[in-house]
Design a binder for this molecule. Structure first.
Ligand code: KIV
Length: 275
C-alpha cells in the first residue's frame, strides 16, 4: 500500500478546470529550497529550461539537456508538496518525432515524478501534443516567443505587435488547445492579442509578457527577485536580492580577513576527558 502525503498535489486537470476562474499563480524554480518557498504561494512550479541561463550562464536555452532537466526536476519535486510541477522538454528532445517526444516525456515523468511537461510550438507540435496526451502525458503548450527557436528567430523579439501576425499566433493557440494541452504559456506577445487568445481558447492561458487578462501569470523566479543581471521588459522586480547578497558576502569576506569569523560560538571545544 502506498503512503499518501497529507497534502494533495494539484494536477494538470485541476489547473485545466481553473479556466476563467481565480488567476493561476506560477513561477519557475530549479532547486529544492526555492521550490519550498514558491510552493507556499503558487499553483504551478515550472522547472523551465531557462535554468540554462540562470544556473549555467548559457546565452540561450538551446544547449540544455534532458539530464539537466531531470536533475533539477527531481530537486523541485523533493522541495515542493502542493503545486503542480511542470518540467520543460529541452530543445532536441521532442521535435524529431512524436515517438521521440513520448519516450523522453515518459522518462521525465518516471524519473522526476512531475505532473506534466511543457513543450514549445503551436500548429507544428499539435500532432505530438495529441500523441502525448492520448498516452497519459499532460502537456502545457508554449507559443508566441519560443526561445528554443532563437537561432531561426534571430532575436528575442515580442510577437504579434502587427495585426498581420495575429492569425498565425491565434491558429497556434487553437491548435494546441484542440490537441489536448491542459494550458498554454503565451510569451512576449502584444497585450490585446493575449487578451483575445484568452477569450478564444477553452484552456487556461499563462502569460509572461502577455496580458493581465490571461488566466494565470508566470515569471522566472531569479528575474523577479532581482538576481538576474539583464531582464526582459515584461519582468517586474518584486525583490532586490542582488544587493543584499552582495552585502552579506562582503561582510563575510571582511570578517574572514579580520579573523573575527568564526567566533567562539561557531567553533567546537574539546570533549571533556572521561565524558
Ligand atoms: O524556461 C522557462 O523558464 C519558461 C518560462 C519563461 C515560461 O519557459
Amino acid at each position: 500500500m502506498s503512503v499518501q502525503s497529507e497534502v494533495k498535489r494539484l494536477t494538470a486537470a485541476d489547473i485545466r478546470a481553473r479556466k476563467g476562474g481565480d488567476p493561476i499563480v506560477s513561477l519557475t524554480a530549479y532547486h529544492a529550497h526555492t521550490a519550498r518557498v514558491v510552493d507556499q504561494h503558487c499553483d504551478v512550479i515550472l522547472v523551465g529550461d531557462s535554468l540554462g541561463m540562470v544556473m549555467h550562464g548559457l546565452e540561450t536555452t538551446v544547449p540544455v539537456t534532458l539530464d539537466m532537466m531531470i536533475l533539477q526536476g527531481l530537486a523541485v519535486m523533493r522541495g515542493s508538496r502542493r503545486a503542480l510541477v511542470v518540467v520543460d522538454l529541452p530543445f532536441g528532445s521532442y521535435e524529431a518525432s512524436k515517438e521521440q517526444a513520448f519516450l523522453n516525456a515518459a522518462r521525465v515523468m518516471k524519473e522526476t515524478g512531475c505532473g506534466a511537461v511543457k513543450l514549445e510550438g503551436g500548429r507544428r507540435m499539435a500532432e505530438t501534443i495529441a500523441f502525448l496526451v492520448e498516452r497519459g502525458v499532460p502537456v502545457m503548450g508554449h507559443i508566441g516567443l519560443t526561445p528554443q527557436a532563437i537561432n531561426v528567430l534571430g532575436s528575442f523579439r515580442a510577437q504579434g505587435r502587427r495585426e498581420e501576425e495575429w492569425d498565425m499566433i491565434e491558429d497556434d493557440a487553437k491548435a494546441v488547445a484542440k490537441a489536448g494541452a491542459f494550458s498554454v504559456v503565451l510569451e512576449a506577445i502584444a497585450e490585446p492579442l493575449g487578451a483575445r487568445i484568452t477569450e478564444m481558447v477553452p484552456i487556461p492561458t499563462i502569460g509572461i509578457g502577455a496580458s493581465p487578462a490571461c488566466d494565470g501569470q508566470i515569471l522566472v523566479l531569479e528575474d523577479m527577485l532581482g538576481l538576474s543581471p539583464r531582464v526582459p521588459k515584461f519582468v517586474k522586480r518584486f525583490g532586490d536580492l542582488g544587493p543584499s547578497i552582495d552585502r552579506a558576502v562582503g561582510a563575510y569576506a571582511a570578517e574572514v580577513r579580520a579573523r573575527t569569523f568564526p567566533a567562539a560560538e561557531h567553533t567546537y571545544g574539546m570533549a571533556k576527558k572521561n565524558a
